[in-house]
Ligand binder design. Structure first.
Ligand code: DSN
Length: 438
């Protein structure tokens, strides 16, 4: 089976196979897929074996509703200690005073933060999904758009503006002064530039809002000091733990304010969730421990260097990188200058056949609907974890170009897939030695 760098996963698969060959077979195929393809989805990563196997542990058997020292079930003594360690590490990592490590996901973290800071029907300001925001930032059919009133601030849409496709902070201030939102939300899913948290806080103070920063994408970069921290500017910070932070799939809420911390705890449990996923919280603790090591800073620097190198190499080949480049781990590639007919959907499919996995993504002011789009979003957290560097980014840009200019040729996809496979052999998935050091 493919996962030859993770003997534990292999044994686990054998064990599952004895009881459930159908599922074991699919799990094995997925391990194989991950091993032999390049993961360019900006929100994904490869966790260490320690993080991986903390999740597949006996901690999943336990109910631990409540918080350390105040549970609604007996037998929580070790869970209390594990959750406390996760909280303390999260606080150290983000240099803040309070952490809630229980959110099952980033969207649940946002729900907890909203419930703690707003009443149903209250107004909040955010960036639209189509401009790089997130479902939970006010999409009509998401809880955030159903129970609250989102108003949106824009990017600079004028091609001649020096800050084209970057946040229009002056307009954000005007929107906030007009609508007086309870919360000003910043932090995005598809925004390649540095976020000016200090500027957002000034706007929030002026209009009487609380500043909430959703750093789901950039959390690892923030923890490593490679992107400015939302603290001390944001009053509440939410994040996922599985993207640049390279932990298990999950969420986290942070604050420096004791009163807000109490409200957040109450909002999340019992407001949003019941029992916490203690196996995931243990894995969060392990991942935070890894991110506190100096190697993680080096890893995060390489994530950004790789993103810059990939963006530059694609631009050289005639693709337009929105906003002219990237400051973080991701980029939005506008395909139209290369080929006006090419959609993000085609690019995602063709790259996928060639072993390079990405997602179609709308670009600002995209004339195409979200099902097709004119762009793809690419990110470097996962390939950097495998150990790829800037030289390999140039190779990847060349392969992407070969596939996209072939107009979907099966033959070219096959040829590129062989090259991708060789690179994957050279840079295997994380093994036991990986704790941020690769
Ligand atoms: N779905 C995530 C992403 O890909 O950015 C955001 O939650």
């Amino acid at each position: 089976m493919a996962n030859h760098h993770d003997a534990i996963a292999e044994q686990t698969n054998d064990l599952i196979r004895q009881q459930d060959p159908e599922i074991a077979d699919l799990m094995g195929k997925e391990a194989d897929r991950q091993e032999h393809t390049l993961e360019l989805i900006a929100s994904e990563n490869h966790v260490s074996q320690a993080v991986m196997h903390a999740m597949g542990s006996c901690l999943t058997n336990k109910y631990a509703e409540g918080y350390p020292g105040a549970r609604y079930y007996g037998g929580c003594e070790f869970h209390d200690q594990i959750e406390t360690i996760a909280i303390e590490r999260a606080k150290r990592l983000f240099n803040c005073k309070f952490a809630n490590v229980q959110p099952h996901s980033g969207a649940q973290a946002n729900m907890g933060a909203f419930l703690a800071t707003m009443a149903p029907g209250d107004t909040f300001a955010s960036l639209l999904l189509k401009d790089g925001g997130h479902l939970s930032h006010g999409m009509k059919i998401n809880f955030s758009g159903i129970f609250y009133k989102p108003v949106h601030y824009p990017l600079h849409y004028g091609k001649d503006h020096a800050d084209f496709e970057r946040i229009d902070y002056d307009a954000a201030e005007r929107v906030c002064m007009e609508h007086k939102p309870k919360v000003l939300l910043c932090g995005y899913s598809a925004y390649p530039r540095v976020i000016d948290f200090a500027r957002f806080r000034a706007i929030a103070d002026k209009c009487g809002a609380l500043l909430v920063a959703d750093i789901a994408h950039i959390a690892g970069l923030v923890a490593a000091g490679v992107h400015p921290s939302p603290f001390p500017h944001a009053q509440v910070v939410t994040t996922t733990t599985h993207k640049t932070l390279r932990g298990p799939r999950g969420g986290l809420i942070l604050t420096n304010d004791e009163e807000l911390a109490k409200k957040i705890n109450k909002s999340l449990f019992p407001g949003v969730q019941g029992g916490p996923l203690m196996h995931i919280i243990a894995a969060k603790a392990v991942a935070f421990g890894e991110a506190l090591r100096p190697e993680f800073k080096d890893y995060s620097k390489r994530v950004v260097a790789n993103a810059k190198a990939l963006a530059a190499a694609l631009a050289e080949r005639g693709y337009r990188i929105t906003s002219g480049g990237t400051d973080n781990h991701l980029m939005l590639v506008d395909l139209r200058p290369k080929n006006a007919e090419l959609t993000g959907q085609d690019a995602e499919d063709w790259m996928g056949r060639a072993g390079m996995v990405c997602n179609k993504n709308g670009i600002p002011e995209d004339p195409r609907p979200p099902k097709f789009t004119s762009g793809v979003r690419l990110g470097t957290p996962a390939v950097t974890t495998r150990g790829l560097g800037t030289a390999e980014m140039v190779l990847i840009a060349g392969w992407i170009d070969r596939v996209l200019t072939s107009k979907g040729s099966e033959d070219i996809a096959r040829q590129v897939k062989i090259e991708v496979g060789k690179l994957c052999e050279k840079f295997p998935m994380p093994g036991v030695e990986m704790a941020g050091a690769r």
